[in-house]
Structures are given as C-alpha cells and as structure tokens.
Design a protein around this ligand. Sequence first.
Ligand code: HAM
Length: 418
Amino acid sequence: MKFKSIKGTKDILPDESHLWQSVEQHIRSVMETYNYKEIRTSVFEETSLFARSIGELTDIVGKEMYSFIDRSGDSLTLKPEMTAAVIRSYIQHNLGKKQPLTKVYYLSPAFRQERPQAGRLRQFHQFGAEAIGGSNPEIDAEIISLSAAIYKKFGITEFEVRINSVGCQKCREEYKFILKSFLSAIANKLSTESQRKIDTNPMRVLDSKDENDKQLTIGAPLIKDYLCDECRIHFEKLQSLLQIAGVDYVVDGRIVRGLDYYTKTAYEIISNELGSQDALTGGGRYDLLVSELGGKPTPSVGFAAGMERLIMILKKRNKLNVTAPHPKLFIAAMDDKSRNRVFQEIFKLRNQGISCETDLLNRSLKAQMREADRQQADYVIVIGENEINSNRVSMKAMRTGIQQEISLDELPNYLTGN
Ligand code: HAM
C-alpha cells in the first residue's frame, strides 16, 4: 500500500523550499520595517473560539473546519485563520498591558475543507498582521499600506486594493433591513445558496459568485451609502490617508468578507492573474472581537494573505530567481585509504561554518566528481596519498574551471574570504 498526501495539501519539496524561505524572509523584512513583531500560536484551538469569532453562520464555520474530538472529549479545530487565535493569545497573555497598541505579524499554516483548485488548498499558508488596540483610521491605513508594500517588495504592482466600510452594529442593522427587503423582492430568482443567506447573512448575497445573482443584485443598496456619521467619517479619513501614503485603491461597495467579525473597514487585494481565486489578501477592522472573546473593548484591524497565491504569481512572472543553496566545497576521496582524512577535513570545515559535502556512498572518483557537479559545489578538491603527505591540494573552481594549489590549512580562510 502506498500512502499519498491528503487531498488539497501540498508537500514543499527540497528543490522548492528555498524559494519559500526567500519569500518568507522578504515578508518578515517588510513586517519589521513597519515595526510588527512575530507571534506564533498553536496550530489547533478550541472549536468554540472560531465559532464565536468567525461566526456560526459563515461558510468557514458551517462547512469548512477540520474539527475533531480529542481523547479527553474536547472539541478542537485546526485553525482556519489566524486572527481568532492571535486575539485569544492577546487576551490570555494580557499583551495590551505593555503597550496600548500591539502590532504583531504571523506566517502560519491554515486549514479549510474547501474544494481544492488552483490557488485553493485545504492546508494553505497565510502571512498577515494585526494591530490591536486603536480605533484611528491611521492604523487601518498602515495595515492596508503594509499589505500592499509586501507585493511591491516582490516587484508586483498589478493588483487592486478594494476598500469598503461594512459599518458598525448600529448602521449595519438598519442597512440589513433595507437590503433584506430588496433581496426578498427578487428571492425566487436568486440561487438557492443566496436565497438561504437572505435571512442568515444577507450581505454575503452581494459577493455571490453566481453570474445570475450578480446581475440581479446590480442595483442593490450598498452599505457604504447607509453609514452612520462615525463610520462615514472614519471611511473618508481612511481614504485621504491612503492617498497620503501613496496607496492606490478603489472603493468597492460589494466587499463584504466571509467572516463575521468586521466593523467599519473591510478590504481585499485582488489580482487578475489568479483565475477564479483572485483574492491575494483580505482584512479589515474588527472593533468588537476582543470583547466578544472575553477581553476589554479593544478596537483592532488586520489582514491576512495567501502564501501560495503570492508564490503562484511570482512563479508566473519568473520573479523567483533565487539561487538554491549549494555546498561551497566538495571533497572527493582519491581512494578508500583517503576517506578517513576526507571525513576529518569535512567536519573540521563544517565546525567552522563552511558548507561542504563529500561522498557518503563509497563511490568511485568519477562518480564523486559527477556528484560534485550535481550538487553545484563552488569548489572541488580531491584528497589522496600525495595530498595527505604534502598537506597541499589542487582546488578547482567549478564555474570557471580554474585550478589553484593551496595548503589544506589555508582552506577555511580561502573559503570564507578572510
Ligand atoms: P480570508 O479572506 O479568509 O481572511 O483569508 C485571507 C487570504 O488567505 C485570502 O485572501 C487568500 O489569499 C488566502 N486563502 C484563504 N483561503 C485559502 C485557501 N483555501 N487556499 C489558499 N489560500 C487561501 C482571513 O483569514 C482573515 N483572518 C483576515 C484578517 C486578518 N482580517 C483581519 N485580520
């Protein structure tokens, strides 16, 4: 019996992992430029944490979570997103005590049982940031600017930042009433999925992927036109701040997001290079979540983005010309008698932090040279009886073919450029 990876999961193989590492490093450096610090939380949490925060009636909680009962009878869930886990941790460790605004970022796997397709996996990876503890639109602008800066760092500029305001509890309830009456009038023409949402989550009808639904809701009332003064002023200020920050954006009144915790700002970054899964990033403000999860009222804002979707674009654009890690030096053994000395040299160099490789399979000299080539080593030396007696070796630079005689004792300095 041959085992296979679970549907919708992907192994990151050795010849690709360095690309991921490089992308992760770039992301970390932008996050740190904006003064966000990394937070790492457990891969699973209590199921009720997600039900409570993301919302019982959302697709994620309703049909996509990997939940299970552990041996103690507790219901646990592999995290489908990071925000709830970060806020749980923020409250538990009283992170707000140290500073009024807590700025954290993360890179983490996430799990959703969706139908796999290009850009949509069941285990995927998110990078994101949360700014916890402030209600000013400056913080929304910083989060949006940060997420856009990450794509720009990779030389990706063809994306669209679409912003909306989904209002607060007060104006949203009034708006929902108006929206419901609009939708009820066309209910029998809408898809069954959308019909179901009229009562449970009417705003989600506006981002239905069904073409007919899209046509039917073209003239639907949009929340941005029904905001209370506080939400409207916040949204206007956000827009002027984005202009100051030099972030291009469009207002898209149909951005409603698939998670229930948003208040005021909701936004997405979309790329037309991704096919049907076109969202690179999603985020927004969630002023009530901390108190809903048992903390003090703490307005917050954040975003998360799909790593796989970013990497898909980078690959398409050939923007991932990262050199694969390779050994600086390959030491071949002329014959079996020299192998112990080779071993000794290899460990000596490695102890000094120099990456080097040798043959561990007792192969012929010819096969060892082929291996050195395959490993793309920068230099190769062969050690045999002569080299051992004279303590000198001929070092060949693989890319130029130039050979140079050098004492074995000088090797470390030569290889580290000292
Ligand atoms: P989200 O829109 O559910 O938001 O996910 C954010 C991003 O994760 C998406 O834009 C997409 O790039 C990626 N993503 C989501 N599902 C998948 C999947 N099945 N396969 C591959 N990539 C996927 C959130 O998760 C919120 N926590 C964002 C947030 C942070 N809001 C405030 N703070």
